[in-house]
Structure formats: C-alpha cells, structure tokens
Design a protein around this ligand. Sequence first.
Ligand SMILES: NC(=O)c1ccc[n+]([C@@H]2O[C@H](COP(=O)([O-])OP(=O)(O)OC[C@H]3O[C@@H](n4cnc5c(N)ncnc54)[C@H](O)[C@@H]3O)[C@@H](O)[C@H]2O)c1
Ligand SMILES: [Zn+2]
Ligand SMILES: [Zn+2]
Length: 365
Amino acid sequence: MRAAILEQAGQPIVIHDDVDIIEPRAGEVRVAVKYCGICHSDLSQVDGTFIPTEPIILGHEAAGIVESTGPGVNHLEAGDHVVLTPAPPCGLCYYCVRNEPQLCLNTHAVFTNTFADGQTGLSRGGKSILRGLGMAGFAEYVVTQASGAVKIPADVPLEHACVIGCAMQTGVGAVFNTAKVEKGASVLIMGLGGVGMAAVQGARISGATTIIVSDPVASRRELAMRLGATHCVDPHSENLVEQCMLLTEVGVDYAFETAGVAALISDGVNATRSGGTTVCVGAPGLEAKLVIDPAVIFASTEKKLCGCFLGSCNSLYEIPRLIRLYQAGVLDLASMISDVRPLEEINQAMDDMKAAKGVRTVLQI
Ligand SMILES: NC(=O)c1ccc[n+]([C@@H]2O[C@H](COP(=O)([O-])OP(=O)(O)OC[C@H]3O[C@@H](n4cnc5c(N)ncnc54)[C@H](O)[C@@H]3O)[C@@H](O)[C@H]2O)c1
Ligand SMILES: [Zn+2]
Ligand SMILES: [Zn+2]
C-alpha cells in the first residue's frame, strides 16, 4: 500500500508505494483511509519534540471505509463508514470496567507505537515500521481493533468526520468529560489550534457563559469568537491572568491548556478561582517542567490540576454523540478544516501547522 514514512525526525516524510500491512486478525478490521487530519502530536514526532521513534507512519485522526473484517467481528462489515480512534476501549481491563475507558490498557499503543503484542502489522522490504500513535493513519489502510473503528452514517462527509478522531474527541471531551463544565460557568482556553477550537465549541455547547480565549495568532482568535468565545486575549500584548480577573472578579471556573506550552499551566492555575480546575490537555516536550507553588494549590485555595487523555472519552459513545451534534448543526466541523491536501503534500501541511497557518489541514489519502 501507499504510506507516508518518517525515517528520521527533522527529515522530510517520504511517500512509498510498497508498504506491507497485515490482514485483519481475530477481533480486528482493516479500513481504507480516505482522510486523515494532522495533529500537533504528529508534528511533535516529526520535529523531535517527542522521543524519536522511527521508522514510523504517523497520523491518528482518520476516517474511512471498512475494507475487511477479521474472525469474530460481527458488528462491522465491508463498506461501513467509520471514524477511527487512537484509543479503542477493550471493555475488559481494570480501567474499562471502572468506567475510565480513556485509560484502557489499549491506549498504551499510542505510546509504544505497536499493538499490545509488540507487533506493528506494518513493514517495508521485510523491515518493521512503527504504527504511529495507535493508528498509522497517513496510509491507504489501517488495521485496528474492532472497537477502534466506530460506524457513522454514510451521508456524513468523511472529510469532516475525520477531525472527530483526535481534535474533537480531545477538545470537546476535555470540556464535557474531563472538566464536566456546567451551564453558566466561566472558562479560559489557552491555545487555539484544532484542540483549542474544539474546546471552545464544547464550552459553548455546555452552556458556559464566559468563554475567554488566548492565542498569539489574530486569525485564530477571530475564528474562536465565531465559534462561541465571548472574550479574546493576545497573550503577547495583554496580561492574561489580569484579564481573567477583570472579567470574572474571582477567576475562571475552568482553565484549559491546549497549546502544549508548560508555562501556561501555571497561568491557568493563577487565572482560576479558589476551587477552580486547570485541565492540562497540551503535550509539551518531555524535558518541560511545571513550576507551581504548592501552597497556592493545596493549602489555601483548593485549586485543582488534572490531566486529560483524548478528552477522557469512551470513543464508542463519544464519536456517535459528536456526529449527532454535527448533524443537528450544533458542532461545526467544516470551520475546523482550513485546507485539504493530497497525501503527497504532507511536508507542506506540517510546515503550515508549524507556522500556525489555518487551523486543521486534512490529508486526502
Ligand atoms: N491530551 C491529549 O490527548 C492530546 C490530544 C491531541 C493533541 N494534544 C496536544 O494538544 C496540543 C494542541 O494540539 P493542536 O493540534 O491543537 O496544536 P496546534 O499547533 O494546531 O495549536 C496550538 C496553538 O497554540 C498556540 N499557542 C502557542 N503559544 C501560545 C501561548 N503562549 N498562549 C496561547 N496560545 C499559544 C499556537 O498559536 C496555536 O494556535 C499539542 O501539544 C498536542 O500535542 C493532546
Ligand atoms: Zn492528536
Ligand atoms: Zn480496556
């Protein structure tokens, strides 16, 4: 099959036509990928922000059509339209049975870039290739667990649906599931890429009445205002924490770090009210450290700091719910996608993300 391979961080990605992929095994499906969005977590692998692991096929925000099913898969069949998820819940592990499926042991695949058995199912010329971020979606086909491909109605454009896989599950999910934002709440969202824009939409849908956004890029602040933000701040020329205090008197109820800049987590803690919650969604480089005065968090104010993996979603529930919100005209997917490029233009698309051009680029496979 055709696939985009990163041989070495810092080098351009190369498209090859002779990549081998396994047939789906028991409990797996093989999906013909039609569209796959680019997430900053892919870029962090390409530019060496994350630990280099190569050769690797990246891409974890995909939608496509089921091509074949392995033994024991009865709820999907060839021809079904699906959104793929990087975190397929197994339904049986410690985390799944205590209703925290986002922490399912299957999600280790995102960090090991292999299936649970250590295999990747991908090779070229007999040499194994890593299955990037639990999927390897910048390729003609993906093999995944049957719970990793979630059926959607055939009339939903796959070009729009793909961004649900990571950006929308993560950003909307951070608001719905991780923070559980309530009606009338005040919210701060720092960083307005695909994930931050999705969080803005999640906050609007949840009924938050003050939605403050911050990003150095003016066009992104403008789009966020169209998607539901009520106030915007340019962090390079205004004091973010002061603005939050002015607008809310006590500080925001919830702050979301969606830029991947560790220092913003302390801004979030300072901008939240006593008892408020800061949700760490962004993924800074592994050398980044947090500096927070423990007295501020623990002793006097009961502020809370929490992590967030893929919006704490159970993808089997969340993907259909996000599709319903899209069909009802409540969730805007089209505005998230600023560009559609062929797979061959993957390196230009990565450059666009680096330059914060547009919002999400989707690759047509
Ligand atoms: N937790 C998860 O499960 C999960 C899932 C997906 C992505 N991520 C991470 O979330 C982050 C965002 O991903 P994305 O794809 O939306 O990235 P993106 O590159 O599209 O957007 C990041 C945005 O942050 C802005 N930014 C940079 N510095 C800023 C600052 N000081 N203040 C405010 N904004 C600032 C940039 O201008 C840009 O608009 C990345 O770190 C990514 O790796 C985490
Ligand atoms: Zn992602
Ligand atoms: Zn599980």
